[in-house]
Design a protein around this ligand. Sequence first.
Ligand SMILES: Nc1ncnc2c1ncn2[C@@H]1O[C@H](COP(=O)(O)OP(=O)(O)OP(=O)(O)O)[C@@H](O)[C@H]1O
Ligand SMILES: [Mg+2]
Length: 273
Amino acid sequence: MSTPAWLSHFGFREPPFSKEIPDADLWLPPSKATLVSDLVDALEERASVLLTGDPGVGKTCVLRALKKRLPNAGFRLTYCHNATLGRRDFYRQLCLALGLTPSATAAALFYAISSHVQDLGKDQVHPVFLLDEAHLLHLDTLDHLHILLNYNWDSRALLSLLLVGLPELQDRLALRRNRSLYSRLHHRFTVGPLTIADTIAYVELRLKQAGGTLDLVAPEALARLHESTSGVLREIDRIAGAALRDAARKKRRAIDCDAIDRALQSDPAHAAA
Ligand SMILES: Nc1ncnc2c1ncn2[C@@H]1O[C@H](COP(=O)(O)OP(=O)(O)OP(=O)(O)O)[C@@H](O)[C@H]1O
Ligand SMILES: [Mg+2]
């Protein structure tokens, strides 16, 4: 594949605001590093966790940073992101992710998973099921999850669940019907939007990783980018990327406020606002 002209224009090695960031290069300002440490502490306590935040604020990237931070020996992380399944298919999917052969009946699936969890416990390995997009979990799956946490008459913490999703997940869990599961999620965290200082630090890092510098974005343009995206990382990626392409087409060496505004105007989500 040939290098797009706008990348060559700025001398980038790769698109600076792509989602393809190696785990080792994830941006971890103090706020995110603290969250990752809190998650590590919770899992070392073998507790279960709730993590919520709006789309694009960086929840899944926090999970990737967590995966990198947790010692390999002692933890077995299993990541599930297709939450839109009924209970039986959900457990079937979990079996496959755990390397188990899925059985036909719901009872046998549940038995296989809980036996696997107990076997890992005997080997001093703590399993963690990371359920991303958990706001989409079916009611019958949500109803049942706390039962998966019950070992030896609910006296052993052999498994941690880490439920990750949009803020409505918190609302669903707070419903009376889901209180058995909610009360077992001992640690509850939220990921919020960036501060302006964080937006600047993020843009600087992404530009640097691609071979550029922060000089490519005028200070007023950074402020405009932050304000118009409300500090949401995926929005920053999209608008900053579009503004860079716009500036390159106009043979400009840097992004100014006009380039951000043009990127916003050509984006239906922002143009309508
Ligand atoms: N720590 C980070 N380091 C570098 N880039 C990040 C980081 N966090 C988020 N991003 C950027 O923001 C984008 C969105 O982040 P992410 O996918 O983690 O959001 P999310 O909260 O999981 O969104 P959704 O609720 O839609 O799944 C990423 O693709 C990446 O480009
Ligand atoms: Mg995500």
